[in-house]
Write a protein that binds this ligand. Structure first.
Ligand SMILES: [Fe+2]
Ligand SMILES: [Fe+2]
Length: 167
């Protein structure tokens, strides 16, 4: 985050989600390597926010609030997926819709935010292309962050595991 104004803006958009008990459950679920869903989601939201801020120069109508909120909730599926079984096999395809539905249920997200979450795994979910610039920003931010996290965490052991969340 570059300056105080940006930190304040990010917090204004993200604060209620980051401090919500449901979002905090992501601290007990792994994303990539030793990175939790909580950390991954914040990393993606911060990168997406930076990209969106730059893009507003050319695209002033860009909805930065939507970018931040949908990025934070793009992996809001709230289950442990590193367990052999259908969840593990289907996770890549299934979790965008599960996350979008949970985010709508808990945070009452907008239709645009819902669409951004649901399409973030393109091209894995090749039939669901992002429908707006905000969706593309989140989709690319997710991929860049995931690559970086996977590279940084290679070979590190996972220490967190919450059996309650695996049911
Ligand atoms: Fe995802
Ligand atoms: Fe992700």
């Amino acid at each position: 985050m570059d300056n105080i104004k940006n930190i304040e803006l990010f917090s204004a958009y993200a604060g209620d989600i980051i401090n919500h008990e449901s979002f905090l459950r992501g601290k007990h679920i792994f994303s990539h390597g030793t990175i939790t869903i909580y950390e991954h989601s914040i990393n993606v939201a911060m990168l997406a926010f930076r990209i969106a801020e730059k893009q507003t120069i050319k695209h002033p109508a860009l909805d930065i609030r939507c970018v931040v909120r949908a990025a934070l909730l793009h992996d809001f599926f709230l289950y442990e997926w590193h367990i052999p079984g259908w969840r593990y096999v289907m996770h890549g395809w299934a979790h965008p819709s599960i996350a979008a539905n949970k985010a709508r249920e808990v945070f009452g997200i907008t239709d645009k935010e819902y669409s951004c979450i649901r399409t973030h795994m393109w091209p894995w979910t090749f039939w669901r292309l992002p429908r707006c610039r905000e969706g593309w920003i989140i989709s690319w931010a997710d991929k860049l962050v995931a690559l970086k996290e996977a590279a940084l965490c290679r070979g590190k052991r996972r220490k967190l595991y919450d059996p309650i969340l695996s049911t």
